[in-house]
Design a protein around this ligand. Structure first.
Ligand code: ZN
Length: 182
């Protein structure tokens, strides 16, 4: 496995975001060993950076694939550990509203309160080309929405109603409310 370089960008309040994270990713056409190796490297990179999700465009590959790793006990409503690779994922139905502190590996330490759907029905493919269809809730639903947004060039602060909560929390605040960092 190899650790990859995650594209990072400056604070969007004060600097212009380069087009690198604003591009549309294309559907994956071949699910092969090359793609499986890329997914492995993405897992290694995400875990090393202590993220819970990573989308291929964040490492400069404009293909519709995301990896998710939610550690055990990360989500108190759903304490099970989850590993998930989604190829060509789509949200086909969503509902409920939830707001929580969220960040992004491409914007180190920046967080904000982001509204998301509470649950999403998702379809896509796994790394063997098998069809996947399931409902994600809670943090998993939040991470899936965040990662699919990356495939469309949408960033977490684009989803905020206003940017009053966007910023770099002081260490003691960060301890009080832990942000979800996909
Ligand atoms: Zn992100």
């Amino acid at each position: 496995m190899a650790r990859l370089k995650v594209i990072t960008e400056p604070d969007p309040r004060y600097a212009k975001i380069s087009p690198r994270l604003r591009q549309q990713s294309v559907p994956v056409e071949n699910i092969d060993d090359k793609l499986r190796k890329l997914a492995e490297d993405m897992y290694e990179t995400m875990d090393a950076e202590h993220g819970v999700g990573l989308a291929a465009p964040q490492i400069g590959i404009l293909q519709r694939m995301v990896v998710i790793h939610i550690p055990a006990d990360y989500d108190e409503d759903d304490p099970e550990e989850r590993w998930l690779t989604l190829v060509n994922p789509e949200v086909i139905k969503a509902g409920g509203n939830d707001i929580a502190l969220e960040g992004c590996l491409s914007f180190p330490d920046l967080t904000g309160e982001v509204p998301r759907y509470k649950w999403v029905n998702v379809r896509g493919l796994d790394l063997n080309g098998q069809a996947l269809r399931f409902r994600g809730r809670g943090i998993l639903a939040r991470v899936i929405q965040h990662e699919i947004d990356h495939l469309n060039g949408v960033l977490f602060f684009d989803r905020m109603d206003d940017w009053s909560s966007l910023g770099y929390p002081a260490p003691e605040e960060a301890e009080e409310e832990e942000a979800v960092i996909p």
